[in-house]
Design a protein around this ligand. Structure first.
Ligand code: G3H
Ligand code: 13P
Ligand code: ZN
Length: 314
């Protein structure tokens, strides 16, 4: 059943976070649904602009509609990840997405607000919810001077102003994470004090943490041992998720870790079976491993075991 992220956030706020997982293909879709049902978790499917262009945007919609039929017990939102204004309008018009992210965080504050407001007005007219972003992810590292680092983090005063001026439904905050497999050069520098400050100014308002892959070191080692070259890859400690949830984070975005599962499975399989040229045996292993990975993440996020409680709230 497709629901809005708003409903999921109402259930989760202050207690746990919902996993938001990017998908691009059939095998990820199957693994995602299986993993979420195995762990009895509600979830968010994220589709990026790149994912829409990978095959065809209609292919992804078709996959998700089919998965909804194959797994009728699943409760999930369908969300556009890092949309520009044009893509947001396309997703709103499609009638398929229950949620869109407008990412105008690279624009000056007032321009970001103006863009978000236009998207919110168009989306709300169709009962679709909107996530915006304030601050900028990436490059916030331990060795960077505090002043420089803070310059990229979300300003809590602006966060409140953005929500009040736009009526947006959730806000992605920059607290020191970045996208991809190389997040920190030293120990991780997450700024929970920024979340705390935002939560004080916007009590009950759902916050989103991007760039939340944990880049498990055993996964990196296995990939490198099977011919990969991901030296120095490092991510967010997944033990931090529950603390973030208490501070109002209701959505945690994870993409890179799923790509690492794919890379490890395929590298090891073809290293160990050089005679193979069939895509199905390795595809089956990937779907099973992806499901295990998703169930594990849902445990760490606290969303595991929440499915029936959420169903009763719908
Ligand atoms: O934040 C970006 C997501 O990881 C999606 O990545 O744009 O390569 O699909 P992508
Ligand atoms: P990761 O690269 O840490 O998986 O972040 C994904 C993300 O934020 C998608 O929007
Ligand atoms: Zn992101």
């Amino acid at each position: 059943m497709i629901v809005t992220t708003k409903k999921l956030f109402e259930a989760a706020y202050g207690k746990y976070a919902i996993g938001a997982y990017n998908i691009n293909n059939l095998e990820q879709t199957m693994g995602l649904f299986r993993g979420c049902l195995d762990s009895q978790a509600p979830f968010i499917i994220q589709i990026s602009k790149g994912a829409r262009a990978y095959t065809h945007k209609t292919m992804l919609e078709g996959l998700i509609r089919a998965a909804d039929q194959v797994f009728p017990q699943a409760i999930f939102a369908v969300h556009l990840d890092h949309g520009d204004e044009e893509t947001c309008y396309d997703c709103i018009a499609s009638g398929f997405y229950s949620s869109v992210m407008i990412d105008a965080s690279h624009e000056p504050f007032d321009e970001n607000i103006a863009i978000v407001k236009r998207v919110v007005d168009a989306a709300h007219a169709k009962n679709i919810v909107v996530e915006a972003e304030l601050g900028q992810l990436g490059g916030v590292e331990e060795h960077v001077k505090v002043d420089e680092a803070n310059a990229k983090l979300t300003d809590p005063t602006q966060a409140k102003e953005c929500v009040e001026r736009t009526g947006v439904d959730s806000l992605a905050c920059a607290i020191g994470t970045s996208h991809g497999a190389f997040k920190f050069s030293g120990s991780q520098g997450l700024h929970f004090e920024v979340l705390e400050d935002i939560q004080k100014r916007l009590p009950g308002f759902p916050l989103v943490m991007h760039g939340s892959s944990s880049v498990p070191q055993d996964e990196v080692e296995r990939i490198n041992a099977a011919g990969g070259n991901l030296k120095g890859a490092k991510g967010v400690d997944e033990e931090q998720f529950k603390g973030a949830a208490l501070l109002g984070v209701t959505k945690v975005n994870i993409d890179t870790d799923g790509r690492l599962v794919w890379t490890r499975v395929h590298r090891e399989h073809f290293r160990d079976h050089p005679e193979n040229f069939d895509l199905r045996p390795v595809g089956k292993i990937f779907m099973a491993e992806y499901a295990k990975f998703i169930a594990h993440k849902n445990e760490k996020l606290g969303s595991a075991g929440q499915l029936e409680i959420v169903r009763k709230m719908m």
